[in-house]
Every structure is written in C-alpha cells, then in structure tokens.
Design a protein around this ligand. Structure first.
Ligand SMILES: NC(=O)c1ccc[n+]([C@@H]2O[C@H](COP(=O)([O-])OP(=O)(O)OC[C@H]3O[C@@H](n4cnc5c(N)ncnc54)[C@H](O)[C@@H]3O)[C@@H](O)[C@H]2O)c1
Length: 333
C-alpha cells in the first residue's frame, strides 16, 4: 500500500492526544476523525490537525479510515476493536488490551479471524532505551537473562474522564494500568512467557493497594521484580527504573537520568523537564503504519497484549488469596 493512510482516533483524552501528535509527525498520514461522546474534547483535539469531530466509532467508520486507534478506557476496548475489525479497519488498541479476560479473548479471536493488523499499544517496547536493551539482550551481551527489575512509579493520575482511572474496578489499579507495561516488556525482553506470579500491595493515603510489588518467574528460569505505585511524590511525575542482569552482564537505566532535567519557574515551582517527550508513541505509531503499508505482521499482536493483561489479573488474584498463581494452569472468568 503506497497511498496516504487515513486514521480515526476513538477517545479524545490524554493518550488520544499522544496518538494524534504521533500520527501527525508522519507526512503521509492524515488524522481525519476524532470521536468522543464529550464532543467538546473531540472538537478540541480534532481541531489541532484539521480532522472532523464526531461522537462515536460509527462517525469514524463513516469517514472511510484505514486505521482506528482505540484510546478509550479498557472496558470499551473489546467492543470498539471487534466492531472496527468487522468493518475492515486495522486497529491500534491501547493497553491494557481489555479490562477482563473474556473481553481480551474476544479481541484475540477477532484478530485471528481477520486479515487486518491488530496492534496493542504496549509502548515500553518502543521507548528508545527499552528497545536498545532488547537489542543488547538479543545480541547476547547480557548472556542468559537471570534477574530483571522493572519499576514504574507515579503520583495518582488525576486527568481521567469521570475519574475511571482512579476507580480500581474500572482501571484495575496500578497492577493493570502500570505493571501491564512491565509484564509485557519483561516477557518480550527475555523471550519467555511468565509462568508464576506472586503479588504484594500496601495502601497509601491515595487509596488501597496503590503500592504494588510482583515477583514473576519465567519459563526460561529468569526472575522479574515488578514495582508500581500511584502514591509517589507529584513533583517528579512518572518515573521508570530498569535493570537486566544475566550471566554475561548487566544493563540499567532510569528516567531520572535520561530525562532528569528540571524547570525552575517564577514563583518557586520546580517541574520536571523531559526533553525526550513522547518519543515512544511516535515509534509505536510508526511501527503500526509500517505494518499496515507493508502488510507485515502486527508489531505487538493481540496475544501478547492478552498475556500481559492475564499476568496482571493473576497478580490481582495473588493479592486476593495471598498465594502465588501458577500461570500454566490458572483459569479465571
Ligand atoms: N501507553 C500509555 O503510556 C498510556 C498512557 C495513558 C493511558 N493509556 C491507556 O489509554 C486508554 C485511555 O486512557 P486516557 O488516559 O487517555 O483516558 P482519558 O479519560 O483521558 O480519555 C478517555 C476518553 O475516552 C472517551 N470515551 C469513553 N468511551 C468512549 C467510547 N465508547 N467512544 C469514544 N470515546 C469514548 C472519554 O469520554 C474520554 O474522553 C486506557 O486504556 C489507558 O490505559 C496508555
């Protein structure tokens, strides 16, 4: 496919803005529609790229788009993705793949039955330093991966529409919202599926189980330690710390070092300065448009998104029972 690509974005919230800016960075892509029942938000975001605003997916499908970006809360991902696929569109679906295993399976089945590209927005794979570490591991520089640490900490997210993100029943809390990135990245990094998870959590002033710690065993024998928090100080914002150790070496990085600048504003306020900004989203979206143009396999297939969300939901089960969960046999509704 050599033609220009037409894109519709469903949802006009925080991540939709990242998708729109990432698509707009490609001169051969037109964002033609932004849909949100909050039509004021749809109009505002659509206006940044000269797209039409509409209220729902039907309005996007009417505009003859090639790609639908699903940028809505997780419980709506399955309906939107399955309907967009049925209408013959390629789909980039935000993480977590869905809010429940049943919804996740619906997406996997629809993706398998379709000849369209279905990609899950597991953006960690596209962050430059995360990608470079993957290249080093694949090149044998670390040897056999033995221990991995992936930590994502942030203050309580305050932006979501109607507060869905801070309602654990709608978002799954930090385990499904944040650690799903870690679960996907670490399994991909060591090239081996998770076989066992054991989770601990602690309450904080911002809510129950808002500090979490999960240990993961992989089929290869590697071990992962995954931290997530919504209760870290607001002054630093989102932070990641990663370490990968193996029989031949060790790699580590953290976002305080990579994007650790600060802006000192009149009035005494200090805010983090991140010159690298939204680099992962551009690479993620570029991988999607490349796969659509070239007819190549999905850069992050639905099955991978399903495995990551299943690991997160199993971590929830571990929290509930206080016991480890064996992922090779675990069945949940
Ligand atoms: N990859 C990342 O780093 C990252 C970061 C933030 C959010 N996300 C994911 O992106 C998704 C959206 O999160 P957000 O932070 O942008 O939330 P948000 O609340 O800022 O925006 C969601 C928008 O979707 C709209 N919406 C809800 N149902 C809809 C429907 N059926 N059709 C059209 N619009 C609908 C809401 O009105 C809202 O404006 C979630 O799955 C979240 O986990 C990913």
């Amino acid at each position: 496919m050599g033609d220009r690509l037409r894109v519709g974005v469903v949802g006009a919230g925080m991540i939709a803005g990242c998708h729109v800016r990432a698509y707009a960075a490609d001169d051969d892509v037109d964002v033609v529609a932004v849909a949100d029942p909050r039509t004021d938000k749809a109009q505002r975001l659509a206006g940044t790229v000269g797209a039409d605003a509409c209220a729902d997916l039907d309005g996007v499908l009417d505009l003859d788009v090639d790609i639908v970006s699903v940028c809505t809360p997780p419980h709506s991902h399955a309906d939107l993705t399955v309907r967009a696929l049925a209408a013959g569109r390629h789909v980039l679906c935000e993480k977590p793949l869905a809010g429940s295993l049943a919804d996740g399976r619906r997406i996997v089945e629809a993706a398998r039955a379709s000849d369209r590209v279905v990609m899950v927005g597991q953006v960690s794979r596209f962050e430059p330093e995360h990608r470079a570490a993957k290249d080093l591991v694949d090149g044998g520089y670390v040897g056999d991966v033995a221990m991995m640490l992936h930590s994502m900490t942030a203050p309580l997210p305050g932006w979501s529409e109607g507060g869905w993100l801070t309602d654990p029943r709608q978002s799954g809390g930090p385990l499904l919202d944040l650690s799903v990135h870690s679960f996907d990245y670490l399994a991909w990094l060591c090239g081996s599926p998770a076989t066992r998870v054991h989770a601990l959590a602690a309450d904080s002033p911002v809510g129950p189980s808002t500090y979490t710690l999960t240990t993961v065993r992989y089929a290869s024998g590697a071990m992962g330690q995954v931290e997530a928090s919504w209760a870290h100080p607001a002054v630093r914002g989102f932070r990641a710390v990663v370490e990968v150790s193996g029989t031949a070496g060790r790699i580590s990085w953290d976002y305080d070092s990579i994007a650790g600048g600060a802006m000192f504003l009149d009035g005494g306020e200090t805010v983090p300065f991140d010159p690298l900004g939204e680099r992962g989203y551009r690479r993620e979206v570029a991988a999607m448009t490349h796969a659509v143009r070239e007819g190549t396999p999905s850069p992050v297939p639905a099955e991978a998104g399903y495995d990551a969300m299943r690991t997160a939901l199993a971590a929830h089960e571990s929290l509930r029972t206080g016991e480890p969960v064996d992922l090779t046999t675990w069945k949940a509704s």
